[in-house]
Design a protein around this ligand. Structure first.
Ligand code: G3P
Length: 214
């Protein structure tokens, strides 16, 4: 499973890159707004830090506007992946970009049918938002399972990118049901290291070592 960091904050990316765990980065308009910088500046800097897929989302809601934005974003770096919303215009733009071998990430996916549309139009990634489904009492992980079955049934190469990941159990479950990628905030990535028995065990080892060296 690949790990992407879901952030527009460059310092967070530098910290997690140092752990050796960042395969790529996803951003969205809300995350870019939090950074207080322009999308172009943020994406350029991220591309200089991470040699992997970097998702940058379009703001236009019409197909031709999306394609114009995509053209500009794709010029920033070869690793830029164009993030498109799951709408008729977004899915239509996805087809045009896939035909040009430009990588795409179709976002705001909440059903297996929506994922099927993205896969049929050649999306590189589909982003089911599992946390937001959980928020309304639906099963985010159930959606990942359904999409896995559909994609495997037909051999679609579109990668399942578990998004809106909120905690370590989301990562564990997404890995168990076969998501290709999980994108997560740095707090979630950091929490994957934690287990109380690791902490207790290490304290004991160090205490025993100290006693033995007296
Ligand atoms: O990758 C999409 C993600 O940023 C949405 O997460 O927590 O705002 O639902 P969240």
């Amino acid at each position: 499973m690949e790990f992407f960091l879901d952030t527009g904050i460059v310092d967070e990316i530098k910290e997690a890159v140092d752990w050796g765990l960042v395969d790529g980065v996803t951003t969205n308009p809300s995350l870019i707004a939090k950074s207080g910088r322009t999308q172009e500046d943020v994406i350029k800097e991220i591309c200089s830090l991470v040699d992997g897929p970097i998702s940058a989302e379009v703001i236009s809601t019409d197909k031709s506007g999306m394609l114009k934005e995509a053209e500009q974003l794709a010029k920033i770096h070869d690793n830029v992946v164009i993030k498109l919303p799951l709408t008729i215009d977004g899915i239509s733009a996805c087809k045009v970009l896939s035909d040009q071998n430009i990588k795409t990430n179709v976002t705001l996916c909440f059903s297996a049918n929506q994922a099927l549309l993205a896969a049929k139009n050649g999306a590189t990634y589909i982003s089911p938002f599992i946390g937001r489904l959980d928020d309304i009492g639906h099963s985010g992980m159930g959606l990942i399972e359904e999409i896995r079955v559909v994609f495997d049934n037909y051999g679609f190469p579109t990668q399942i990118l578990a998004a809106s990941v909120r905690h370590s159990d989301h990562v564990r479950e997404a890995a168990l049901v076969g998501a290709d990628v999980a994108t997560m905030p740095i707090s979630c990535m950091k929490s994957l290291f934690n287990h109380p028995l690791t902490t207790i065990g290490l304290e004991k080892f160090l205490a025993d070592h100290k006693k033995a060296s007296l």
